[in-house]
Design a protein around this ligand. Structure first.
Ligand SMILES: *Cc1c(COP(=O)(O)O)cnc(C)c1O
Length: 394
């Protein structure tokens, strides 16, 4: 099977993990802060908090921004369920903003229109969570301008997008993208996932980045049971160095040193991985040009991390047929994403098919082709050949 995504593990990664296994600390040792610092430095952010998954990172990010009962979080329907579930963990409610038909990202225009309505009914969101789908940056300056006007906070779900960057202006001749995803220039917190299908991996794992020292402190505390060892944060004078206080309810969301060492080793190859993904995607673009498929749009202002390569075929019957034919040929195609609001568990909140027509129409016709740094040219040729045969047979 040619998988749609796959990790790349080198001898250097194995050596880094082995070093931890032979050391004094498997967890709560020096590798975790080193990895946090390395991710923050790469993205030009002030603070990083490493946890055991991006889902956990999204949860503590919401908690750190005081999301709770009576509050709303808005996100894209074209995402993994975790982007919405994190609000529900906090007792808050979720709503969605439809996507841009070209980028498949949460549409800043649709957001503006929905905010205008919500202001009238007094149901403005506390948090908006843009998702950089497939690694392509959302229009962060536009979303941040709306945050300024309507007073919401922003968490970027950048699970697909470590290594991506965006341009700040709409100018036609904008130069290189200037702002790295993770810099939190237009957000409060940015979250990455290090699941093996993502851009780099720690097995399971995630990092939340922020430029706000208080948010960083709060997320670190929530990661480990809401416990502080900082006497300055205690409710009374510390009786001694053994003492700690639980000052709020937290979790065990810690990342191990084993995972962090793998992550830091992987991070050194991040730019190579993005380069390889771009080369493969350009090859797909070129070779698919004559087939009846829509290739993913790349915004010229941005540099996508190209986590996914989602094409759209003619209609949903073609999608089903093509999907099956490729799977039968040992090609691990996938579908990203089933719109979250159509999940059975979301029906209790009154969502229904038809609520977000652009995300739904996109979903009906999409297939993600294999794309990962170890995909070979020969494997890619096989994907293209089988795809061309299947489409020709219809
Ligand atoms: C993978 C993913 C997550 C969850 O990441 P985990 O590390 O598996 O918890 C959240 N959001 C999006 C968009 C993802 O792709």
């Amino acid at each position: 099977m040619i998988p749609y995504g796959r990790q790349d593990i080198t001898e250097a990664d194995i050596a880094a993990v082995e070093e931890v296994l032979r050391s004094d600390f498997l967890t709560q040792g020096p590798a975790v802060p080193r990895f946090e610092q390395a991710v923050a430095d790469y993205c030009v952010a002030a603070h990083g908090v490493a946890v055991n998954s991006a889902t956990s990172a999204l949860h503590i990010a919401c908690r750190a921004l005081d999301l709770g009962p009576g509050d709303w979080l808005w996100t894209s329907p074209n995402t993994f369920v975790a982007s919405a579930n994190c609000a529900r963990y906090c007792g808050a409610q979720v709503d969605f903003v439809d996507i841009d038909p070209r980028t498949y990202n949460l549409s800043a225009d649709a957001l503006a229109a929905k905010l205008e309505q919500a202001e009238k009914t007094g149901r403005l969101p506390k948090i908006v969570m843009p998702v950089h789908f497939a690694g392509q940056p959302c229009d962060m300056p536009a979303i941040a301008a709306l945050a300024e006007r309507y007073g919401f906070r922003i968490i970027e779900d950048a699970s697909h997008a470590i290594g991506a960057a965006y341009g700040e202006t709409l100018a036609q001749n904008a130069k290189q993208p200037t702002t790295k995803i993770g810099a939190c220039r237009h957000s409060d917190i940015t979250v990455f996932s290090f699941h093996p299908v993502k851009i780099i991996t720690t097995g399971e794992g995630g990092v939340a980045l922020t430029n706000d020292p208080e948010l960083a402190e709060r997320m670190s505390r929530l990661r480990t049971h809401g416990i502080t060892r900082d006497p300055a944060r205690m409710t009374e004078e510390s009786p001694g160095p053994w003492y700690y206080q639980q000052i709020e309810l937290g979790y065990n969301y810690r990342m191990t040193d084993i995972q962090a060492a793998l992550g830091r080793s992987q991070l050194q190859r991040l730019d190579d991985y993005i380069g390889r993904r771009h080369a493969l995607a350009e090859r797909y673009d070129h070779m698919l040009a004559d087939l009846p498929v829509q290739t993913p749009y790349q915004d010229p202002r941005h540099r996508s991390a190209l986590h996914l390569y989602p094409i759209q075929v003619a209609d949903t019957a073609t999608r089903a047929n093509t999907f099956q034919a490729l799977r039968d040929a040992g090609i691990g195609v996938n579908v990203h994403y089933i719109p979250v609001h159509t999940q059975p568990d979301y029906q209790q909140f009154g969502f229904a098919k038809g609520d977000y027509p652009i995300a739904e129409a996109y979903y009906e016709r999409t297939i993600s082709l294999p794309l990962h740094p170890t995909l070979t040219g020969a494997q890619q040729d096989r994907v293209l050949q089988r795809l061309a045969e299947t489409l020709a047979a219809r």
